[in-house]
Design a protein around this ligand. Structure first.
Ligand code: PEP
Length: 256
């Protein structure tokens, strides 16, 4: 089954409003040349979502939240709900990024509630999983990422899976300049797809995109994206400049 790759730019807590709108305009202006070959999504800081939504206009670049609340509304200071993200123009949200799992201690049980509420409210979900260096060194990579998938997708049905994508992001590769080698990444992606196959079915496992994230740059994108089970990239640092983000997208679009 052919999967159109997805390349996402996670802007984290970078940029100001003007810079975010300018970056979004630059990306969307150039996105037409790779339309149909790769999908693009950008994940700006929440306060800039509406500005960025206006800047991307009808270009086809998807807009996403970096996180979403597990509650629909109410007294939850600082949180942002699914309907708020949709109001601001989002069609997708990240859930379980390592800076929330490991940085803020978010556990699978909470992430499963976020996944459920986001899907119920009409968003697509890009669920992030990944092992720490310690877990990798102890030979626990597969157990860790498969455990995260099982825990975070606890309440997700086969029907829901048409709106779920995964990102494998080894924690030791995020923002460190260290990347998993293509073979190292491919074996985890293949294990994740096989887990999806036993948990759901072969058809949905073959359709779901599994992105790689962790220090992806224009220089290493092509070899990673050429792997059979790598269906795009989630990019942090290199997504903050339109040219490097688009170079990664072009390398992904050209994958053999
Ligand atoms: C990320 O934040 O998801 C990420 C992969 O960051 P970086 O590309 O900077 O490693």
């Amino acid at each position: 089954m052919t999967r159109i790759p997805l390349v996402g730019g996670n802007w984290k807590m970078h940029l100001d409003g003007q810079g975010a709108a300018a970056l979004a305009s630059d990306i969307s202006r150039s996105s037409g040349s790779i339309e149909g070959e790769v999908e693009l999504a950008i994940f700006p800081p929440h306060p800039y979502l509406s500005m960025v939504s206006a800047a991307i206009g009808g270009s086809g670049v998807h807009l996403g939240g970096q996180d979403v609340s597990d509650e629909p509304s109410g007294a939850f200071t600082g949180q942002v709900s699914t309907s708020m993200l949709i109001d601001c123009g989002c069609s997708i949200t990240l859930i379980g990024h390592s800076e929330r799992r490991h940085g803020l201690g978010e556990q699978d049980e909470l992430l499963a509630r976020k996944v459920r509420i986001a899907l119920d409210g009409g968003l697509r979900v890009l669920l992030c999983v990944g092992e720490t260096l310690e877990e990798r060194d102890q030979g626990r990579t597969f157990d860790t990422v498969i455990g995260q998938v099982r825990g975070s997708l606890d309440a997700v049905t086969l029907d829901d899976m048409s709106r779920v994508e995964l990102a494998y992001e080894p924690v030791w590769a995020i923002g460190t300049g260290r990347t998993a080698g293509p073979a190292e990444a491919q074996e985890v992606h293949a294990a994740l797809r096989s887990e999806l196959c036993s948990r759901y079915d072969a058809r949905s496992a073959a359709r779901i995109r599994i992105l790689y994230g962790g220090s992806v740059k224009p220089a290493n994108a092509a070899e990673l994206m050429a792997c059979e089970d790598i269906d795009g990239a989630l990019v942090g640092g290199a997504s903050l400049q339109a040219e490097s983000f688009l170079d990664i997208a072009r390398a992904t679009a050209r994958r053999e």
